[in-house]
Design a protein around this ligand. Structure first.
Ligand code: PMP
Length: 396
């Protein structure tokens, strides 16, 4: 028995795939041609599996802001927010995020993972309770396990099950944190936040919503599912990331609770890691501005979502339950999913291959996502690639 034995199943899968010449989790983007096209593993592809929802990664204003920041401030901060790593840009971005979300307080983190994991692990500790949606992202699970609170899962997107579990808590509700996401990353389904907020109002507790995949997508201002559902006042903490609709990297938490200023200095994922580079902060600020100036990007994004959804559904594929910028195609058999992923790549469509345990069920997924920057013709080509794979006998 050695420390390495537990990795053997992964090594076996790797070896099988390598023998077939397929490396779905080692796909290398060799060249970016635009925010929607690239050369991946030697194939020219349309990027149909990114989180670049608003397509802002090559916006001239974002590029220029990042380049200027490098020239003026260098390549990195070389330190934690709590030590030498808080530059004027970090503080300005926190102010701009608070204004955008119409909240009093905000924290900028180095990644979305650090934001979600940091808040989850810090807000609730031993003796406290966390009630979370069963399909929560790994960063949520990692955080709550680290924090040491009692963790209770409720059925995915099921407010009645949440109600049942909160009712059972009795007095413990006073130190309970409820965690859900806005749009779920794998299937693209939205949390029924109006109903969840109603349950929270009935019993109490604090509510944290991870809007990683919904920022810039929903609500009059693009603030996400909470805004679209009209329940922002019921949400105590919104966390999210800069790595999707804002096209950079980093995370945030916004809140109206004054205690966030003290909580900041208790979050280990904030204290013990270097702060985001000045160029990252500069492009994020530019993207946040553009997102507000260009609400029509949201309309383009949803038009593209509908287009891809309708096209894949018309092929008879098993697509996710609701129209969303994330369209997941379920392929029950893992080897078939790998084969489809590979042949889609060869036919010019890059999608995400998701296998259990990363997928919410025992099935595998071909997770597709659209961007506001995709043209209608590109969406047609993605659908054509699926049709082509579907109509060709299995390769192996
Ligand atoms: N929360 C959710 C729901 C996510 O899907 C992700 C990333 N996939 C994160 C947090 C982490 O964000 P990041 O990748 O920017 O660290």
């Amino acid at each position: 028995m050695s420390l390495f034995d537990k990795f053997q199943p992964i090594a076996d899968i790797q070896a099988d795939l390598q023998a077939l010449g397929i490396m779905p989790f080692g796909a290398v983007t060799e060249k970016l041609l635009s925010s929607t096209e690239a050369i991946v593993n030697g194939h020219k592809v349309i990027l149909a599996g990114t989180n670049n929802y608003l397509g802002l990664t090559f916006e001239p204003e974002c590029l220029e802001a990042a380049k200027n920041a490098i020239d003026e401030l260098g390549t990195g901060t070389t330190g934690s927010r709590m030590a030498n790593g808080t530059f004027a840009g970090h503080v300005a971005l926190e102010k701009e995020l608070a204004e955008f979300f119409d909240r009093k307080r905000s924290i900028v983190f180095s990644t979305g993972y650090a934001a979600t994991m940091g808040m989850g692990s810090t807000l609730a500790g031993p003796g406290d309770v966390i009630v979370l949606d069963a399909d929560s992202h790994a960063s949520i699970y990692d955080g709550v396990r680290l924090g040491g609170a009692d963790v209770i899962r409720f059925r995915h997107n099921d407010p009645a099950d949440l109600d049942k579990r909160l009712r059972r808590l009795g007095d413990r509700i006073d130190n309970t944190l409820i965690i859900v996401e806005g749009i779920y990353s794998m299937m693209g389904d939205q949390a029924p936040l109006a109903e969840i907020a109603e349950v929270k109002r009935k019993y109490g507790g604090l509510l944290l919503v991870d809007e990683a995949h919904s920022l810039g997508m929903l609500g009059d201002h693009g603030r996400g599912v909470a805004e679209a559902a009209g329940v922002e006042d019921d949400v105590d903490f919104v966390v999210g990331t800069f790595s999707k609709s804002l096209g950079s990297i980093g995370g945030y938490c916004v809140s109206n609770h004054d205690q966030l200023d003290a909580i900041r200095f208790a979050i280990r994922a904030y204290i013990f890691t270097a702060s985001p580079s000045p160029s990252v902060i500069a492009s994020t600020r530019a993207a946040l501005r553009l997102m507000q100036e260009r609400p029509y990007l949201r309309d383009q994004l949803w038009a593209n979502a509908q287009h891809l959804y309708d096209g894949l559904k018309a092929l008879g594929l098993q697509v996710s339950p609701e129209v969303s910028p994330v369209v997941a195609v379920t392929i029950k058999n893992r080897n078939q999913a790998i084969d489809w992923w590979n042949r889609l790549l060869q036919r010019g469509a890059y999608v995400n291959l998701v296998m259990p345990p990363a997928s919410p069920t025992e099935d595998s997924l071909l997770r597709c996502s659209v961007s506001a920057a995709h043209s209608a013709e590109q969406i047609d080509r993605i659908i054509e690639a699926f049709a082509n794979v579907q109509n060709t006998p299995v390769a192996n």
